[in-house]
Design a protein around this ligand. Sequence first.
Ligand code: AMP
Length: 584
Amino acid sequence: MIAGIDLGTTNSLIGVFESGFPMLLADTEGRRLIPSVVLYPENGIPLIGREALRMQSLHPECTVASVKRFMGRRFGEEGTEHLQGTKGIPVTLPINGIDLTPEEVSSEILKKLKSVAEERLGTTVDRAVITVPAYFNDAQRAATRMAGELAGFTVERILSEPTAAALAYGLDKLSDRSKVAVYDLGGGTFDLSVLQLDNGVFQVLSTHGDTHLGGDDLDEAIARRLLREADIETLTPEMKVRLKEAARTAKELLSSEDSTVVLLPFMEGSQSLEIPLTRAQIEEVCEPIIQRTRALCLRALADAGVQAEQLDQLILVGGSTRMPLVQKLTSEIFGKQPNLSQHPDEAVALGAVLQAAILEGNLQNVALLDVTPLSLGIETFGGLMNVIIPRNTTIPAKAGEMFTNAVAGQSGMKIIVLQGERELASDNWMLGSFEIPFPPSQKGAARVGVQFSIDADGILQVLARDTSAGIEKIVEIKSAVEVSDEAVEAMLAGSLEHAFEDMDARIFTEARLKAEEMLPAVEAALDQLGSELPESEVLDIRQQSSEVEAALKSKETTRLKQALAVLDNATQTLATKLLEKAMG
Ligand code: AMP
């Protein structure tokens, strides 16, 4: 199984493609965003994620956050100014007297994600697609790959974040040469990428950003504002951290509320603080910071040679784009409403999962729309669903199966075309039906081939051919792919909800068909050969036959299966005698 991983500056996520769905996996506390923070205790194993984040303010000297900034970097390069080391050599971070490489630190985060996935899935997960910013150079990509390998993954692909996001939004379904802008404002970084779709593959036309512009800056600006209100002269480092945390909590809350009250118990000596804060107030302090993205957007557009009007879509990625102000400013910059259909902080991970599924062959085609939304099949004797083209098959697709008559003397077969995920035909949707005639014959002698083919436009053709007489019929069904999302969801929910009953119904039906076949056969054999068996054995067979009949009436699956097994056993000698007789 290949996992998709968003290895972010602030938070990381992991997901897999399972049972036809991309799924992001949560830790045991139900959280999917794992903070990209590693804390190295002086002795003992590193703490990773939320635990490390919680302890960070107590042990800043042995905690590494935002290690992504140093991936593949050398001392003296951009972003390493505050680090001490010989210019030109690869960056290392001194922790507890040991120089750690950014790859090693990142690999701890990746190991944590790996264990979250393995715990949730109960299997090993050792292959991965990992995302990186579009602007990452070869050294930064190689360092990310190395981190993946150190964590025990085979890294199947390094994928650009904006491309992953576009995949998650399903933008690969746009027509060829469509252009998309991906505006990514996270915790610590901003970038804007312009993509173009060429033959189903995204090309990054340009990317521009600022590796020190993000939600952290907003938190600091809000914290300064709170400080002004609070009228505190000097702050201890610990108070500073608490103030910034409070600012962040308030900021996130004010994305959905108009006002809040920031509570800071015992901030200064024994004095607690209670500061009311409104969305309008934080927007005032955040606006100048978010406005800094405008020039970068315009530059990226200019580099790509694309006018804002030529963009087919604008998508927002990164937790900070949840702010209504960001949504407002971006629609001003680009002159169009952003597409808000995905969670901005999960889109990159989701895209990585989809890319993993494509590599695994679970999504054969990048064109995600071009799959059957639900299984297609026909109703079989006994009222069961016989799937011919499973759900999520890439179209065009063709598949077939051979059927026979279940009853002697039958002179035709009714083909009922079904769509859905339920075991019983009657719980699925009927798309159409028709009759195929064939000459009456013994049970099991007719041969009817049924073939389903769906073309690239989603039109289903069902062909049924009686191979003996060569009679064939074709019907065309147009609605096989065009099913509303709600209908698909309802069907899938139903199939999950009723999975156990459905399975029971299928097993019972199969047992019933076997019983209905076996009872008359045993009766006929007894008539013919009963006299050659000891009386007690005949009596036993008759007794077991009546138990099968009773079990049939009771509709109890287990009882019927047991009764059939006992009857099967009781008729061993009879069956052998029958066979001997038949062979002469
Ligand atoms: P990311 O790097 O994409 O995980 O984004 C993290 C940033 O998103 C942090 O600065 C968070 O404070 C910010 N963020 C998360 N949720 C919200 C929200 N509801 N409103 C505003 N900012 C948010």
